[in-house]
Design a protein around this ligand. Sequence first.
Ligand SMILES: Cc1ncc(COP(=O)(O)O)c(C=O)c1O
Length: 405
Amino acid sequence: MQNYKKDFPIFKNNPSLIFLDSTSSTQKPEYVIEWICDYLSQSYSNIHRGLYDIAINSEKMYFDSKQKVADFLGTHDLKEIIYTYNSNYALNIISQTLRLNKVLKTGDKVLVSIVEHHSNIVPWLILKEEIGIELEFVRVTQDFDIDFDDFEKKYDEKVKVIAFTHVSNVTGKIFDVERIGKLKRPDTLFIIDASQSFPHMKLDVPKMNCDFLFFTAHKVMADSWLGVIWGKRELLEKYKPIFSGWWAINEVKKECFKPGALPFKFEPGTPNISGALSLLKALEYIEKIGWYETVESIEKELIEYSLEQFRSRPYLQLIGNTESKKRVWVFWFYIQGVHALDIADAMAENNICIRAGHHCTEPFMNYLKLSSSARMSLYIYNSKDDIDAFFKILDTNFNPTWLTK
Ligand SMILES: Cc1ncc(COP(=O)(O)O)c(C=O)c1O
């Protein structure tokens, strides 16, 4: 099976490193790192203002980055792509824009799923505090899929926004967002958190019938502090931005200003230029290795292999899909009587990186009555050897049958 470890300098520089925490953030390929180093050392410039070559070239690449994102999302309209800092910021910008433009008012309801990451809960709790909206949580089924009976029961006339993750960062379940898109009424906005799906699969925004979608570049092999919002053009044109400033305006007088045109209306000030270019290069890298077909085929094989290993060890409780269908390569588990931090510690001592804790999903952990859990996740640079090393540490430290031998 092919893996792409050789393309990632971190593994050349740390040969014993086993990185199993890509759901948190992905490593960066040489293609992205070298390109950004060259850009910063040879042709960096601010954008939107200079008439000299390096400024014009930087501006062009900033546009190219947005165009590439729009193409990857199947919308092809770069004016619908807004750059911000990360997914948390993206949803705060969207939620506050909906408040400012009175799309959400006192008594309106926002529907989210119980598995949501904090970043798709807290911005709505802020609006609950600020203007008295209601926030309702849709349950999941036994195999962690959306409970559509519960969804339809809770989707009453008060609901003005549905905000769901596409893929859970803990269970790895892929939600059927197209089905939500089909159920959505014209008086409701549908927002998708694609933070965990964008690195794993090709997204087709028109098919999803959503109004906003967001993701965070550091999970797609690009640099951190770059978030992406896709918004429907007619909405972005209509809405007033929550903040503004240089380049997001058309005209400023002493008394007033006129907001600028898309896509910069929502992007005041100097953006994360090298971050935007790193996203362009990361997406080019995905194209170079054979698009999502390659990512998906490696993913499928490593999921099957990991699940086999989990299933053959009764002392490990895997939470989430125990089948390979409709899931990505994140594995969430616990061991009865063992604190997850002890598992993460044992891994860290052996240079294996995993996550332990609540994974930014406290309401979901409470719903499942879980206090702590561990999470191992994979990406294109992982191999079966990495997975074997992970299970070897679990077996030697925590397998009760081995320990009593
Ligand atoms: C599903 C999901 N949404 C949002 C986020 C937040 O991403 P960021 O920290 O880059 O804002 C994460 C990060 O783990 C995530 O997994």
